[in-house]
Write a protein that binds this ligand. Structure first.
Ligand SMILES: *Cc1c(COP(=O)(O)O)cnc(C)c1O
Length: 433
């Protein structure tokens, strides 16, 4: 088990995050609760911002907000000087409400609705990432009726398979995202944008997957993309000024996960791009990346209370906690692995192999499978680590469970930044027949 950021164990054997005893946090805010180590998240933002630079290259780090987004997170990202990538009207709305600088917002999505595109154009977002030809025509006509102009990147599929889970692989040739760089159509699309009076072609976007550990995949992606940049110059006489290489940097969830040393890797990646561009005799475009998970995952911890345990006739030992797949669907969805601890008895030795399961009515409702823990007692606090990304943002009200609150901790202080949902919240949109 790995402790992250400001985590420590106090003399009572309790886990502390941001200087706060998690047992005190559960008494104050109840369980389940998402706790975010603010210092660690800020440190990760700084790590990307300070290391994603090389010589005089123009670069930009864009936080992929789908990993974890609310007003407080927008404010944090703004303070740390990162840009923001949004994939829906809801994410865009949150960013606008948080006063996030609109020119630093990148609007993504493979099927943006007319309402979403209108909202993005009217708000004046920095870039719209065009997914396909049809969308191009839609943006063109919307801009015409709104009498405005947008800067766009074209999302392309470079056909690279990064070693990652099937559902989070996005760049195989059959991926639903972007237009393939191998199709001849693509040059027509680029010409189409370039000749438009409502769109300014800024460059390209690609994203090769998530939870990637191999540096090689990113080098391969940069190389393929730079070659494509050259081809566009030759075939369309259009200069790609910006190259957005997406996110996907892997993080540590559990034993066997081997994240890249980002501080070295980010510089190496840029150096490599500069070298490749020289080799190909092309001008180095501005390079952007969009980390999501690697900014927030390790900074998040979910706290639950143990309701009971059960040893099945078949011999499986369950710990039942007061949350489940509604606050963390990743185990059920991807077979994700997490580390966890009994947070009020951190120094006790492990006794058995347990499966931490929730209270949802699904056999697949598991949070951590087969983990070594001390024997849990009713009311013990279970901490599940590295839940900062794709937990809160993927949560649901399945079984009409209210979503947990989000608590930021820092310097011995805690602040609730998203309130716990109430039963009243659950029915607020219900209408009687
Ligand atoms: C999801 C996504 C990201 C972020 O991926 P992480 O694995 O969280 O870093 C970045 N860019 C795009 C286009 C995405 O869809």
């Amino acid at each position: 088990m790995k402790l992250f950021g400001t985590m420590e164990i106090n003399n009572k054997g309790h886990l502390k995050i941001g200087g706060c005893d998690v047992v005190d946090l559960t008494n104050k805010y109840g369980t389940p609760a998402y706790v975010v180590d603010e210092d660690l998240v800020r440190e990760r933002c700084k790590l990307f911002k300070s290391n994603f630079s090389y010589k005089k290259m123009d670069t930009e780090v864009i936080y992929a907000s789908k990993a974890f987004l609310n007003i407080a997170m927008c404010q944090l990202v703004k303070e740390e000087g990162l840009s923001l990538d949004v994939v829906s009207g809801g994410e865009l709305y949150t960013a606008i409400k948080a006063d996030f600088p609109v020119e630093k917002i990148y609007m993504h999505g493979n099927n943006k609705t007319i309402e979403e595109l209108t909202m993005a154009i009217e708000a004046g977002v920095g870039r719209i990432i065009v997914d396909n030809r049809q969308e191009l025509e839609l943006i063109e006509s919307l801009c015409e009726s709104l009498n405005s102009k947008v800067d766009v990147l074209l999302r392309v599929n470079p056909g690279i398979e990064a070693h990652t889970h099937e559902y989070i692989k996005t760049t195989k040739n059959d991926s639903k995202f972007g237009e393939s760089i191998f199709s001849e159509e693509i040059y027509k699309i680029i010409n189409r944008i370039n000749n438009s009076s409502h769109m300014e072609f800024k460059g390209l976007h690609s994203h090769i997957g998530s939870q990637i550990f191999q540096e090689k995949s990113f080098y391969e992606q940069s190389e393929v993309m730079l070659k494509f940049v050259k081809k566009i110059k030759e075939k369309c006489d259009v200069r790609v000024k910006e190259l957005n290489l997406g996110g996907g940097f892997g993080i540590y969830y559990s034993e066997g996960d081997t994240p890249m040393k980002l501080n070295e890797f980010l510089k190496n990646m840029l150096e490599n791009i500069e070298d490749k561009a020289k080799e190909l005799s092309i001008t180095v475009p501005k390079i952007m990346i969009e980390p999501g998970r690697s900014i927030v995952a390790n900074g998040g911890t979910t706290l639950y209370r143990v309701g009971g345990t059960k040893k099945t006739y078949g011999g499986k030992h369950y710990i039942f906690v007061d949350g489940g797949m509604n606050d963390n669907p990743r185990t059920a969805l991807y077979g994700a692995q997490y580390e966890a601890a009994i947070a009020n008895r951190m120094t006790e030795s492990h006794e058995d192999i347990y499966t931490i399961s929730g209270k949802c009515c699904e056999s697949g409702d598991m949070i951590v499978k087969d983990i070594n823990l001390p024997h849990p007692n009713v009311n013990d606090v279970v901490a599940v680590f590295s839940t900062g990304a794709y937990n809160y943002s993927m949560s649901s009200n399945y079984n009409r469970l209210p979503r947990p609150p989000v608590i930021f901790v820092k310097d011995k202080e805690s602040r609730c930044v998203v309130k716990r949902e109430t039963y009243e919240d659950l029915i607020k949109n219900d209408l009687a027949i």
